[in-house]
Design a binder for this molecule. Structure first.
Ligand SMILES: [Zn+2]
Length: 281
């Protein structure tokens, strides 16, 4: 049972806009219950009261899905540049430094190889804490190399998307061209007979949703994830009609045939392993 929130209010730290809050307790945005942090972690960041799926970092995702100690990172040295000398609220160069210090990541994607219940896979994950998980040149290049190595080494390919930002505006056209680059690599992977499982998490939007995240042979999604291209507010303002209930959620997209299966986070590892076996890969 969750403790009475009024007793614990002074112990709760408010959840920051992005990233993981510190403290003994965390408040569930799904049901507002106050959950013991250890309990939430034990359940892979899923609320015991309402099954809300919290944000998990790329590193935690690797810990949850891959067999312990089996992950070998690829292209860890790739770092973003600032070819356009882009400035919005702050120079992109400075923003990158801040995000790197805050998240411990060089950019929004981590890629490599590892084992899922003793099956070797090529594995990539994007982290929505790093500039909303948006896809710049580094994310695009890392995922493309991951896909190319999956072809060479005949590995199943698993990419977990958590990208609210789509393509990264700070890199302009160089960001947008990553969509085509990864899609071409995935087409070659497909021709080579590989199995690509795309796992969509909250949120998967924009240029990420419109490229690699939607190109899986199988597309899994976590429950109640926001998945779409443009955000609901933008669409509503453009077409000026009421959007249907549940629009752009995993459940809505499953019903409309856009994704294949909704998999709760605790079952994800087993489901991926089972699917690899089922497909004979
Ligand atoms: Zn909850």
């Amino acid at each position: 049972m969750a403790p009475n929130p009024s007793n614990w209010r002074n112990m709760i730290q408010e959840r920051p806009k992005r990233g993981v809050p510190e403290g003994l307790w965390r408040r569930c945005p799904g049901c507002q219950a106050t959950i013991f942090r250890k309990e939430a972690e034990r359940r892979f960041g899923v609320c015991p009261e309402c099954d809300y799926h919290w944000y998990v970092s790329a590193r935690d995702r690797i810990g949850q899905l891959l067999d312990e100690g089996t992950f070998e990172e690829w292209d860890a040295e790739l770092e973003p540049a600032d070819p356009l000398n882009f400035v919005d609220k702050a120079p992109y160069r400075d923003k990158l430094k801040q995000e790197q210090a805050r998240t411990g990541l060089k950019d929004a994607a981590v890629t490599g190889a590892g084992m899922i219940r003793a099956r070797r896979v090529a594995f990539g994950v994007t982290d929505s804490a790093f500039i909303m998980g948006s896809m710049g040149s580094v994310v695009g290049e890392k995922l493309t190399r991951l896909t190319e190595r999956a072809v060479e080494q005949h590995l199943p390919l698993i990419i977990v998307s958590g990208s609210g930002g789509g393509a990264r505006m700070h890199e302009g056209m160089l960001s947008l061209m990553q969509m085509a680059k990864i899609s071409a690599a995935l087409a070659r992977y497909h021709s080579a007979g590989g199995l690509y499982i795309s796992v969509l998490t909250n949120p998967t939007m924009g240029g990420v949703a419109a490229s690699f995240a939607s190109l899986g042979d199988l597309i899994f999604a976590e429950p109640r994830a926001l998945i779409g291209f443009a955000g609901p507010r933008t669409i509503k303002a453009t077409i000026r009609i009421e959007l249907p209930k549940g629009f752009q959620t995993s459940e809505f997209l499953l019903e409309h045939g856009f994704i294949d299966r909704i998999v709760p986070r605790q079952n994800l590892k087993s489901e991926i392993a089972r699917t690899i076996d089922y497909c004979g890969k």
